[in-house]
Design a protein. Sequence first.
Lengths: 101, 417
Amino acid sequence: MRITCPCCGERALDEFAYYGDASVKRPDIASPTAMADFVAYSFDRVNAAGPHRELWYHSAGCHLWLVVTRNVANHEILNVEPARDVARATQQLPTPGRGSA
Amino acid sequence: MGEYSIFSVAREALRGHSGWKPTWRDAAPKPDYDIVIIGGGGHGLATAYYLAKEYGNARVAVLEKGWIGGGNVGRNTTIVRSNYLLPGNIPFYELSMKLWEGLEQDINYNAMVSQRGILNLYHSDAQRDAYARRGNAMRLHGVDSELLDQSAVRQMVPFLNFDNARFPIHGGLLQRRGGTVRHDAVAWGYARAADRRGVDIIQNCEVKGFRIEDNRVVGVETSRGFIGAKKVGMAVAGNSSRVAAMAGLKLPIESHVLQAFVSESIKPFIDGVVTFGAGHFYISQSDKGGLVFGGDLDGYNSYAQRGALPVVEDVCEGGMALMPRIGRVRLLRSWGGIMDMSMDGSPFIDRTPIQGLYFNGGWCYGGFKATPASGLCFAHLIARDQTHDVAKAYRLDRFATGHAIDEKGMGPHPNLH
């Protein structure tokens, strides 16, 4: 298994550190169901035998956090994106240079 | 089929081994059962056996998607031990060790239970103190353990690299009652023993779904048709999340791949099980002479039953640091098994939110040693709807209530346990 880093190109697996499921979202701490939400967020996983979105860190390379979509049934890597791009797209984080708050 | 004994072996030797019969019946599914166990691995078969032996005369079936012995029970490194630290774990694994000690007489099957000892090496003063604490915790629970200094370890295994510049061996924690058990024989022995007590073992029967009415399970849809059941137990570690998802459940589990290795056969070399404390490497020698060893998980979610080369290298480096003389032994085979890695590294034996549906899983890479106690406790839970005393900590809701059993202190990161 090799991962193609958007910054560094195709690299060996032992350059990367694994963090786990990228599909879980940190819940709203002000929600009335926050306790149950945080238990589910911290511990419960879908763990399906198919495409899996997961966080990898290019620790022996460019130090970029990546969201890798990988089929865990056969280790085929389907997509690699910088995690910051995913975060910006899904959580509307401020984009540098556009002056948004 | 009669009892296996020296007399049956001698009798069959005299008549050219023409009288042996199949070890268990190839049962066809009946329309319904009192109890259906999903998964014909070690845990499922042990559960069925103890259900039949200890908990009355329910009609029990074990459903196996492949063949008996073809799953994780045939893919582990055969080590048994009860050298745990935490109160939720020690009594359970010690019950398992006691059951191993009486297993062969109990099920009338030679499982090659060999209490050859397990030696965990320590390499620093701090690690010695941690092992002393673990050993004391074990002794307080009535489990054997001995803290050895370097000279005692030298007597046992003189060929280790004691003076490794980075990881000198200072001593070890020894559990003499630990050892190895022939893993296939455990599956076959439990299958035969369960079959002899009337359990139907149904192979090539994959569960495709659950039939649930008013939040109560009434049976399972399988590749061989619907099978009704008053109670259903899941014992499918490695695939727990997939099976539970068919009942709408989401578990605190990730599936990870763990590799194991066997070398070519060599003359008797290592008497017991030895583990390296400065990396992750454990080794024993099978009765056929092969060195059986392994180390860390690959570390990423996987259902693929194979790992990658970085871990092969890491495991072999651990081996070379510990015992450089194995460097010229050739590797014969390596393979991967899929582990149910739970969020705290400890297992589950519990009810589910669905009435009549019970869950056994999350065994991480320690499921084999747990097989007898897991079967007994799961049978107890299913038959009586009560948790067995030694399995009380293995609840599915323990994260919500703050009762995680984190033996390694890693937090909710399954790849680190």
